[in-house]
Design a protein around this ligand. Sequence first.
Ligand SMILES: NC(=O)c1ccc[n+]([C@@H]2O[C@H](COP(=O)([O-])OP(=O)(O)OC[C@H]3O[C@@H](n4cnc5c(N)ncnc54)[C@H](O)[C@@H]3O)[C@@H](O)[C@H]2O)c1
Length: 267
Amino acid sequence: MNLFDLAGRRVLVTGAGANGGVGHALALGFFRAGAQLAVCDIDEEGLARTAQEIGKTALAARCDISSEADVDALFARIKDTLGGLDVLVNVPFVFPRRCPPHELPLADWDRMFAVNVTGYFLCIRAALPLMLAQGNGCIINIGSNAGETALGRGAFAYSATKSAVHQMTRELAVEYGGRGVRVNALAPAQVLTPGLAAHMDNPHFRDKVLPRILMGLPMGRLLAPEDMVGPALFLASEAAACVNGVILPVDGGNLAMNAGGGAPGAQ
Ligand SMILES: NC(=O)c1ccc[n+]([C@@H]2O[C@H](COP(=O)([O-])OP(=O)(O)OC[C@H]3O[C@@H](n4cnc5c(N)ncnc54)[C@H](O)[C@@H]3O)[C@@H](O)[C@H]2O)c1
């Protein structure tokens, strides 16, 4: 089981401030696996709650990942505090509203790319010198099934940002695999986070959209944030020493299923 040992690993989880979100679950998961944990978020109050819940973070810092100055300042603190970084987990996203592409404001498009793509790039660019100096490191990007197949329903720009995350993952894996840095992504299907739970009060979502989502999930349930923990710990561990450039679906089988698919007994 030493293959899965993460004790003492220096791990940064970005976007860890939303209680019930994926970043929060991953931060708790890495901490429980014995990591030295740094966390950041743009939401200072949420981050403080996460840090308090964990109890012993090496660093908890406000950081807007779309700001070059914020990211560079964060990584300077990480270098001072932890002396390096073994694992970077990129989690944050913004999705201001669903909107048909022909009506999408440029400001929404720009904001989604600024956080969901440029923010990941800035964190990766800041982490790589630390990892290359050590001769090893692991980057885990949170992508989406929407980065592999089309979602419709006004998710045009969000999906495009997630595809960009997946392709950045592959490019970086090829670029740095030979220098000890592995880069992979998790591609979740719909995760029951507070953001998704908020839609349950909307009768159209609850009665029309949710049943269609569930039909696309062969395991018959939404994902939970905690479902991301095991795959992330695996990717960060020695057990995944030769896993590089992979977009790992954590989707209950969604991407495996075609339009005629369904569980036994499904109509
Ligand atoms: N929830 C889903 O159904 C789902 C499905 C597939 C993929 N994903 C992906 O999982 C990841 C997490 O999703 P979630 O639903 O748990 O999100 P969430 O809203 O619960 O958490 C995202 C966190 O990112 C933070 N954040 C936003 N902008 C930031 C910025 N500029 N700088 C720093 N932090 C910032 C937020 O404050 C929040 O704490 C995202 O990458 C998302 O695309 C989610």
